[in-house]
Design a protein around this ligand. Structure first.
Ligand code: MD3
Ligand code: FE
Length: 211
């Protein structure tokens, strides 16, 4: 479903088996690279979303600013490798000749929000961003290339993929709320690091310029 030019929603992209396999891979990643609480540049105000990463690079934020780095900000260890299910999804959906370099894993407890923002910490905007959702449904909001542009909302359910490419790569977006788990919507058991009724979102990104 093309929500906007370059913004593609793939409802139910991961079936129940693939979601379970991905959840198991993420449980191992969360043990090796425990979730951290990023803080805002300058102010040090904590985000309500907790995070970890896998792949060669990971996104971090602290008083010094936003950046990508090769090691966990608390353990100092390199990020674990991306699970196969994640690299396969990139190959299948991203239409990008270059490999993904970073997979940011966002952990949402019920009540967590993510304010409207642009993703512009990468050096390559020609490559898309690919999102995979697991667990509780999120109410995702997206707009245009300016903060004041009109916005729309879409539900992101467990197993959904979203591709942000081309004219949508720099749109403002955020998460308004995490919905209560729906008995009718199947979802895998999430890793124990994720609070009950919570959600995991993975974003795969190319960080460095494609030569
Ligand atoms: C549209 N994550 O990590 S995923 C983020 O659900 C982020 O955790 C949200 O925004 C989440 O930066 C939204 C969907 C998404 C991700 C990246 C985008 C939409 C995007 C980049 C550009 C445009
Ligand atoms: Fe974002």
């Amino acid at each position: 479903i093309e929500l906007a030019p370059g913004l593609l929603h793939h409802p139910g992209y991961l079936d129940a088996g693939a979601q379970g396999a991905l959840a198991a891979g993420l449980a191992a990643i969360l043990r090796e690279a425990p979730p951290f609480t990023p803080t805002m540049p300058r102010t040090g105000k904590p985000f309500s979303v907790r995070m970890t990463n896998c792949g060669p690079l990971g996104w971090v934020s602290d008083r010094a600013g936003y950046r990508y780095q090769a090691t966990h900000p608390e353990t100092g260890r390199p990020w674990p490798a991306m699970p196969d299910a994640v690299t396969r999804a990139w190959a299948d959906l991203a239409s990008c000749p270059a490999e993904p370099e970073a997979c940011l894993v966002n952990l949402y407890a019920p009540g967590t929000r993510m304010g409207l923002h642009q993703d512009r910490d990468e050096d390559e905007f020609a490559a898309p961003v690919l999102s995979l959702s697991l667990g509780a449904t999120a109410l995702f909001r997206y707009g245009g290339l300016t903060r004041g542009a009109p916005t729309r909302s879409v539900r992101l359910d467990s197993g959904d993929a979203l591709v942000m490419a081309g004219p949508s790569r720099l749109i403002f977006h955020g998460v308004d709320r995490i919905l209560s788990p729906d008995l009718l919507a199947p979802m895998p058991a999430l890793p124990e690091a994720v609070p009950a009724g919570g959600r995991l979102n993975l974003t795969l990104r190319r960080v460095s310029a494609i030569r």
